[in-house]
Ligand binder design. Structure first.
Ligand code: SF4
Length: 309
């Protein structure tokens, strides 16, 4: 029995088979880096959240074709979602975004579009464009929220407030067909246990369609590395993280798709904690699954906001 509603389970329900993501870097920048909102970016940002900065030298078309080929060879996959992941993938007028997103139409094996972005960078016209793909594709928008506490957003130099996120969610809902996912980070030194659980309750109250949960991890050549080396703030132990994730998911509605339960980086870039390396990913996931069993609990067990809106 699955103790939480995993992304793979959700996709299998929808498509009747395994569906794989192909991530692309469409060459966008970010308003939190180019001076519009800020210049330094979020303190943990490493090449806009893609560990392969070389990718952006290739066209979106080439990246999708190569990604499909690679995943097909490795897993025998037949269906794919294209995930515009790196930087802020709505940071251009809709007239420029459309030809970029439209590349997915050249690949009949693509069944979904995922757009990763900031909650302060989604005008209605852009949401209307993204929603238009829902006629033919599964469509998700992923908002970086990270925390429901402004003190933490300020510490991370996110350059937006919690209110921007609420506004983005409410406006996105006006455009039918877009599923909404939020990214969150556990283990911020600005937060205690109750703060983190408040973020879970906040997402539950908004009845988001999906959540991605990450542990705070320090990557080389980021502002976070500089702060960490200077202040040596404590990072989460694996043991604590495993329990926190279970507690967090218990507070989310049963129908929220849990798209991610950990975060990891290449070993040569990772400063701390050491269990956030690519190599440890499956171990972390298995420990979280095991902890659900040991505690005999499940997603929604402590959710206070179950009614559909
Ligand atoms: S919003 Fe994303 S791309 Fe922009 S600075 Fe933050 S992490 Fe980097």
């Amino acid at each position: 029995m699955e103790r939480y509603y995993s992304y793979s389970h959700y996709l299998k329900e929808l498509f009747g088979e395994k569906v794989f993501r192909v991530t692309v870097d469409a060459g966008f920048t970010c308003p939190n880096r180019d001076g519009t909102k800020g210049t330094g970016g979020c303190i943990y940002c490493y090449s806009g959240s893609d560990y392969d900065p070389e990718k952006r030298r290739r066209s979106v078309r080439e990246q999708i074709a190569e990604g499909i080929e690679r995943v097909r060879r490795r897993y025998g996959a037949e269906k794919f979602l294209v995930y515009f992941q790196a930087y802020t993938n709505t940071y251009a007028p809709p007239s420029q975004l459309k030809p970029i997103y439209d590349v997915i139409r050249e690949f009949p094996e693509v069944v979904g579009l995922i757009v990763g972005t900031r909650p302060d960078c989604v005008p209605d016209e852009t949401l209307e464009l993204i929603a238009s793909y829902s006629k033919d594709y599964l469509v998700w928008i992923e908002y970086g929220l990270e925390s429901s506490h402004f003190k933490s957003l300020r510490w991370m130099n996110r350059g937006h407030g919690v209110s921007d996120f609420i506004d983005a969610v409410l406006r996105t809902r006006k455009f039918k067909g877009i599923n909404i996912c939020a990214h969150v980070i556990l283990g911020l030194p600005t937060e205690d246990y109750d703060d983190m659980m408040e973020t879970a309750d906040f997402l539950a109250a908004l009845r988001l369609d999906g959540v991605k949960i990450h542990p705070l991890h320090v990557i080389k050549n980021t502002e976070l590395e500089r702060i960490y080396l200077k202040e040596r703030f404590p990072v989460l132990s694996l043991e604590d993280y495993v329990d926190l994730v279970v507690d967090f998911i218990e507070r989310l509605p049963e129908k929220t798709v849990i798209q991610r339960i950990t975060g990891e980086a290449p070993e040569d870039l990772l400063i701390a904690p050491s269990w956030c390396s690519h190599r440890e990913k499956n171990r972390v996931i298995n420990l979280i699954r095991k902890r659900f069993e040991e505690r005999d609990t499940y997603q929604g067990a402590r959710c206070r906001f179950k009614e559909a809106v």
